[in-house]
Design a protein around this ligand. Structure first.
Ligand code: PSV
Ligand code: MN
Length: 388
């Protein structure tokens, strides 16, 4: 007997989490990027690995691309390749953090030539979106300064608005712009989009199809992230999530690994705010697997999100509400914690089996032979990674 209600199972069946193409490439720290056997050499192979995650979990039907890392001659070919493997091409991520011209900023730069170059890059990303059928352009900016007095904070904010407006004006149809924030790194004194409020102010000035992207790893320790989720959902500006975990800074570790209870609390507010399975809110991973197997790391990640969603859906909201209204502090907390502590894993395994999926997708991947096959096949060429 499943401990999950039919309503919970029907919500879980609709859940989808987009995978980042860069999760399948090599990554590391500023000290070392480790190569691993079987790592994709091009976007086609990255998509094949992402499709394997989806085949075993039915949770990850789309793949986000990063430009220029994932540039190909003909995106209609890449799109067909993805569709043949049962996945689609998702969010397009721009990159203004790997060019010498952007040392002092891109969309905020003092020099109009460099600003225009950065704007043009985003317009090219929208051309890619036209070809891939992607809806969202996700912008994360590495811009800021390291020393007090180094930069004109106000001028940069104004230029950012102007640049974003030019990008936004190029969007057509259903296309959207989602602006990510991050409180520091690579700039350490000030960052031009450091928090949800700044992202909100910038996108609100653009229009309805500009939204905020909340990367769970981009907050100071102790930040109540679920409060931000609630507020953005309430304001209708929660465009997307980048899920990951952090222990110290922007670690890009497996979602739910550092603090599963935080993930539970975030998903509770997602559900409360009507954002679960809401087409206006994209759920993505933004992770790098430096030392663990990349495909298994992505499988573990989507399963963690699924598991915490199942727990958050299990909160007895009537009992919670009654306790809240009557001022029963500990009663309300107990209702909340009961759901968090409920082990839904056996029920999820039964449910997967009933749908023709592996009970344990991690074990299924380990015995599938897929990893051995890509290690044998992917010999030679240059493994994908930062800048590749
Ligand atoms: C850098 O912090 C980052 O992880 C951002 O979160 C972006 O989403 C990602 O890189 C891809 O550009
Ligand atoms: Mn991110």
């Amino acid at each position: 007997m499943s401990s999950l209600t039919p309503e919970t199972l029907s919500a879980l069946e609709k859940q989808s989490i987009e995978l980042p193409s860069w999760a399948f490439g090599n990554s590391g720290t500023r000290f070392k990027v480790f190569g691993t056997a079987g790592t994709p050499r091009d976007p086609f192979e990255k998509i094949a690995d992402a499709a394997e995650v989806n085949r075993l979990t039915a949770l990850a039907p789309s793949v986000a691309l990063h430009i220029p890392w994932d540039l190909v001659d003909d995106f209609s070919v890449l799109r067909r390749h993805a569709e043949d493997l049962g996945v689609s091409l998702g969010t397009i991520n721009s990159n203004t953090f790997q060019d010498d011209d952007y040392k002092f900023g891109a969309l905020t730069h003092e020099d109009p030539r460099i600003r225009q170059k950065a704007i043009d890059h985003h317009l090219e990303c929208i051309d890619v979106m036209d070809a891939t059928g992607s809806r969202d352009l996700k912008i994360w900016l590495a811009e800021g300064s390291n020393y007090p007095g180094q930069a004109d904070l106000r001028g940069r904010q104004d230029r950012l608005q102007e640049s974003l407006q030019k990008i936004y004006d190029r969007l057509t149809g259903e296309q959207r712009l989602v602006l990510e924030y991050k409180f520091f790194e690579p700039a350490f004194y000030h960052t031009d989009v450091p928090d949800w409020g700044t992202s909100y102010a910038q996108v609100a000035a653009l229009g309805d199809r500009a939204m905020v992207c909340l990367d769970t790893g981009h907050h100071a320790p102790g930040t109540n992230i679920e409060f931000i989720v609630m507020q953005l959902a309430r304001l209708g500006k929660l465009g997307s999530f980048d899920f990951n975990s952090r222990f110290y800074a922007d670690d890009d570790l497996i979602v739910g690994a550092a603090d599963p209870f935080q993930l539970f609390r975030i998903l509770f507010e997602v559900i409360r705010g009507g954002a679960l399975n809401n087409p206006d809110v994209a759920f993505m991973l933004d992770q790098c697997h430096n030392v663990e197997n990349k495909i298994a790391g992505q499988i573990r990640s989507v399963l963690n999100v699924q598991e915490m969603t199942a727990r958050a859906l299990s909160v007895d909201t009537d009992a919670l509400r009654a306790a809240q209204v009557s001022g029963d502090v500990l009663g309300a907390n107990a209702v909340f914690m009961d759901a968090f502590y409920t082990d839904v894993r056996p029920a999820l395994a039964d449910w997967r089996e009933a749908r023709g999926l592996p009970r344990d997708p991690m074990a299924a991947f380990a015995t599938s032979g897929y990893q051995e096959q890509i290690e044998a096949d992917r010999v030679g060429g240059q493994q994908a990674g930062w800048g590749a």
